[in-house]
Design a protein around this ligand. Structure first.
Ligand SMILES: C[S@@+](CC[C@H](N)C(=O)[O-])C[C@H]1O[C@@H](n2cnc3c(N)ncnc32)[C@H](O)[C@@H]1O
Length: 245
């Protein structure tokens, strides 16, 4: 797929139709994310979804989490229009905000604090130098004990290309998918495709560093090849103070 300009309705419709199918593990990783939310969220609590796109994540999560409510942020009207259609039956649980993820600093969303800020396949579109600011903002809107959750493409090193290809082929055999072919026949081709799409994946280590710098406690929970579910908890300082005292 050529450069992904999400505000182009053709790109939006094409991704909505098939774009999330390249990774056969996506439903499993989303299911794992749902299990984290089920444990962490308080009844009726709000979640922020950064780059909610055409609403597929909400369509997945809502039946599993009957009480969750989501404030979705995106800047592509074409993607958001698809989400409006998809999420019409859940309109009372979903609020859309049109905003650039590069312009979060200083924005105070409607609720005072959120139980979770999540981002699925969206932050790899942002320049790396913007990531510390995004994570700092997310840490600022989370309540103590709340969780930031990233489910995204991550960067792989050329040195691990062969093992990575072996894993993708193994997954393709298990799931009847075409993950290996989607990623490219060689590391050079892989990097070219990433670049052509305008993707800027960071390594797991980079995400962990950025999240720690934002004051969160991160852990890579579910990493399969170049797709990672990373969670980062906003520590409840009053809790540790009372335990230590
Ligand atoms: C691959 S789609 C993923 C959509 C959804 N999270 C999912 O997984 O089904 C990426 C989304 O991120 C949004 N996005 C990318 N860069 C953005 C930015 N700077 N500000 C707001 N949204 C952005 C795009 O508009 C698009 O809807």
């Amino acid at each position: 797929m050529a450069y992904q300009e999400w505000r182009d309705p053709t790109v939006a419709r094409a991704w909505d139709a098939r774009g999330d199918e390249a990774n056969p593990l996506r439903p499993y990783q989303l299911d794992a994310l749902a299990s984290v939310l089920a444990r962490i969220l308080q009844p009726g609590e709000w979640v922020i979804d950064l780059g909610y796109g055409s609403g597929k994540v909400e369509a997945f999560l809502f039946p599993l989490l009957p009480e969750v409510r989501v404030l979705g942020v995106d800047r592509s009207e074409a993607m958001m229009e698809l989400a409006r259609e998809r999420l019409a039956p859940d309109a009372d649980r979903f609020v859309s905000v049109t905003r650039d993820l590069l312009d979060l600093a200083g924005w105070h969303p409607p609720q005072a604090r959120y139980g979770c800020v999540l981002a699925v396949q969206s932050l790899h579109h942002l320049p790396h130098e913007q990531m510390p600011g995004v994570y700092k903002w997310a840490a600022g809107v989370l309540r103590p004990g709340g969780v930031f959750a990233l489910l995204d493409r991550v960067q792989v090193d050329a040195a691990v290309w062969e093992p990575m290809q072996a894993l993708w082929s193994h997954m393709d055999a298990l799931h009847d998918s075409a993950w290996a072919a989607h990623e490219g026949a060689s590391y050079e081709e892989h990097q070219q495709r990433v670049q052509d799409r305008g993707d800027r994946p960071a390594t797991v280590e980079q995400h962990l560093q950025w999240l720690r710098a934002a004051g969160l406690v991160p852990a890579p929970l579910y990493v399969v090849g170049n797709r990672a579910l990373i969670v980062a908890v906003k520590k409840d300082e009053s809790d540790s103070a009372s335990k230590n005292g």
